[in-house]
Design a protein around this ligand. Structure first.
Ligand SMILES: Nc1nc2c(ncn2[C@@H]2O[C@H](COP(=O)(O)OP(=O)(O)OP(=O)(O)O)[C@@H](O)[C@H]2O)c(=O)[nH]1
Ligand SMILES: [Mg+2]
Length: 190
């Protein structure tokens, strides 16, 4: 009798536990959106994220290694957590980058309009994402940052617009983290 009792208690405990695990997976699926910012060093990934989260701008370049931010919203009574991964363009960590791509739902690919090499980096990163994700439907927004630097601009909007929106079928935006232009819009698109 004791052994029957014990086994029935332990199976119902196991069932309860399984149910809890299943529920936490379900809610996690629904309530978390994971974004990642990728792009060459110094293009303004951190600046865009800081402008969005804190409405601040830091003129000094502090190279990021990797940083994860979280923000909670309530949408129709449901808590939605947005996690934003800020990656390093200054140091090359291919394994870390691959992991952050695997773990993300949507991508911001950032270049700076005064730096044509950084646009080339965006093209390589996009290839890498498509390789890892193996899906054409991965949400990607391409952001040309630093448009306040009018005189230093070396990448034309029209060229990138046609590549990104016509050839790639992703969304394209130009922004300034410094002047707070299109920062909110970029996050809305994501
Ligand atoms: N003029 C101008 N400068 C910007 C803008 N966004 C960022 N910067 C500056 O560009 C430099 C680099 O910005 P970060 O945001 O640190 O660049 P990052 O892409 O995070 O660089 P890593 O972390 O090294 O990959 C800093 O000095 C920023 O102040 C912008 O919209 N306009
Ligand atoms: Mg950074």
């Amino acid at each position: 009798l004791l052994s029957i009792l014990l086994s029935s208690v332990s199976t119902s405990f196991a069932r309860e536990k399984r149910k809890n695990i299943a529920m936490s997976f379900e809610t996690k699926d629904k309530a978390e959106v994971r974004l990642v910012f990728l792009g060459a060093g110094g293009v303004g990934k951190t600046a865009l994220i800081q402008r969005f989260l804190k409405d601040t701008f830091e003129p000094k370049h502090r190279r990021t290694v990797e940083e994860l931010h979280r923000k909670e919203y309530e949408v129709g009574g449901i808590k939605v957590t947005i996690s934003i991964m800020d990656t390093s363009g200054s140091y090359s960590f291919p394994a870390m980058r691959k992991l952050s791509i695997q773990n993300s739902d949507a991508f911001a690919l950032v270049y700076a309009v005064d730096d044509p090499d950084s646009l080339e980096a965006v093209k390589r990163l996009r290839e890498e994402i498509l390789e890892v994700k193996e899906s054409k439907h991965t949400p990607i927004v391409v952001i040309g940052n630093k448009i306040d630097r009018h005189k230093e601009r070396r990448v034309s909007s029209e060229d990138v617009l046609s590549t990104v929106e016509v050839d790639w079928n992703h969304i394209f935006l130009e922004s300034s983290a410094k002047d707070n232009v299109n920062v909110m819009e970029a996050f809305v698109e994501l």
